[in-house]
Design a protein around this ligand. Sequence first.
Ligand code: SF4
Length: 256
Amino acid sequence: MAEVDAGLTAPLAEIFTSIQGEALFAGLQQVFVRFRGCDLGCPWCDTPAARELDGDCRAQTRPGARSSAMPNPVSVADAAEAVRRILEADEAGAIHSISLTGGEPLLYPDYVAALAATLQPLDLPIMLETNGQRPGELRRVLRFIDWVAADFKLDSAMGRPLDADARAEFLPVAQRKRAFVKIVLTDAATDEELLGVFAQIAAVDPACPVFLQPVTPVGGARPPRGLDLMRFRALALRYLRDVRIMPQIHKLLGLP
Ligand code: SF4
């Protein structure tokens, strides 16, 4: 990108700081830029408000502070300024990294690329959280981000088949940067489908960290039993070297 277009806009849901509650960066404080809109509609979605395109962006400067409304769509320049305000208020230097999350950020690849390029001088790792179904869009943003958190969905949890080819194409692109995979598991998960996904990941990188996340009960979705989770992990270890079971810890902490 020769010059960043700071006037690009996208619908955002919120810009705030909290503890990352999932996967590899769990327990670390991040600044989250949450996009509006998502093309999947997971039955257990824990950010349903962010799937709606309508509504303001809520921006916060400190943990627990009242947020203020930014009219949508938000420009790259205004989003970057809101991130900078949070970092300026972080006198302890507690913030580890920046998460571009959703919703689905890759619905807006030009904006993600421009925002990440604008945030790069802040010298914090930039992580993209995505549902892992848009390899073409990932290619367009990859050079501006440091980490890809791929949230692979199981057909059993979605209640419908997803595009397995898109998922297979996604991970080799993500692996050009640092990447890890999270898989949300419901009590409908089967050995067969999980073995298929584990083999797909291992074909790209058997050392890729994989997190098995029991679903936080929402909308009738129920997590697998603990013993089933242990069995799924053992299955994964046939193919993969770094597999961990981890629930969403920010929910336990009562944090957003
Ligand atoms: S991909 Fe994420 S934001 Fe979209 S519906 Fe699923 S859980 Fe919600």
